[in-house]
Design a protein around this ligand. Structure first.
Ligand code: ZN
Length: 253
């Protein structure tokens, strides 16, 4: 019989699982606040309705569950057959009835949670490959899901904001995003300063630039901007400290 508690005994992983499940519960709450008719409404993502966001978050749980199954069995099961198949699946999901869409979210979230729960300690280090082709330990799937549910809860655009996202999640997001920019070299001349939290004044981005454009603001606002969700709450200053228009951030994913 399956255990009713997580098999992993790693306290860090247990904490991360809690964060992912909290984010899932938060997304569920925002989704439940929407009427069926409101599912047709727009989101913070230019081309996606709420239907697309809900379908994507549901299929994302299934895709991540495939990685956990891969780690459990050693049998390679990729997240998606191809980027095109992923997009087709989302477009199809967006046409489902409201009840089917809500079921997709609920059932896929429970399924993923059970896959995590039943993954033995030793298998969390097993390597799997993400949709972007990164080779990661199975433990990374927890973070992959965490950032999806928190960010897309905000994308639903019915009241959630980056201020609702826990600080540790925001901090890790900002580190992820700025690391991705750095790896691609797209952060040249761009410096990011966080003005609140215990890390007051901490900077990310191109710390070697002589006269950078500086984006600064509270952590939640900076992450919102860096994730490509708008620039409210941040300020930009150019060479010599003169105010500038908020630039679009480099692409993240
Ligand atoms: Zn996503």
């Amino acid at each position: 019989m399956a255990a009713r508690h997580d098999h992993t005994t790693d306290p860090r992983l247990q904490e991360e699982l809690l964060q992912a499940r909290r984010g899932t519960a938060f997304f569920a709450r925002k989704l439940n606040e929407l009427t069926d008719a409101e599912l047709d409404g727009g989101t913070r993502l230019p081309d996606w309705s709420r239907r697309h966001v809900v379908a994507h978050v549901g299929y994302n749980a299934r895709a991540i569950a495939r990685l956990v199954e891969w780690a459990a069995t050693g049998v390679e099961t990729p997240m998606y057959p191809s980027p095109e198949a992923r997009n087709q699946e989302i477009n199809f999901g967006a046409t489902l009835s409201p009840i089917a869409l809500r079921n997709l979210f609920d059932h896929s979230a429970v399924h993923l949670s059970v896959e995590w729960r039943d993954l033995p300690d030793a298998n969390w280090a097993s390597e799997v490959r993400t949709a972007q082709g990164r080779i990661v330990p199975a433990s990374e799937t927890v973070w992959m899901r965490t950032r999806e549910v928190w960010i897309h809860a905000v994308d639903l655009d019915n009241g959630a904001s980056f201020h609702d996202v826990p600080v540790p999640v925001l901090e890790r997001l900002l580190a992820d995003i700025t690391t991705a920019w750095h790896t691609r070299g797209t952060d040249a001349g761009l410096l990011i300063t966080v003005t609140d939290t215990a890390k007051n004044g901490v900077t990310f981005g191109d710390t070697s630039a002589a006269d950078p454009t500086i984006i600064s603001g509270p952590l939640a606002a900076v992450v919102e901007w860096a994730a490509g969700r708008g620039g409210s709450g941040v300020t930009a200053t150019g060479p010599g400290g003169s105010p500038e228009e908020i630039p679009a951030p480099p692409n993240w994913i």
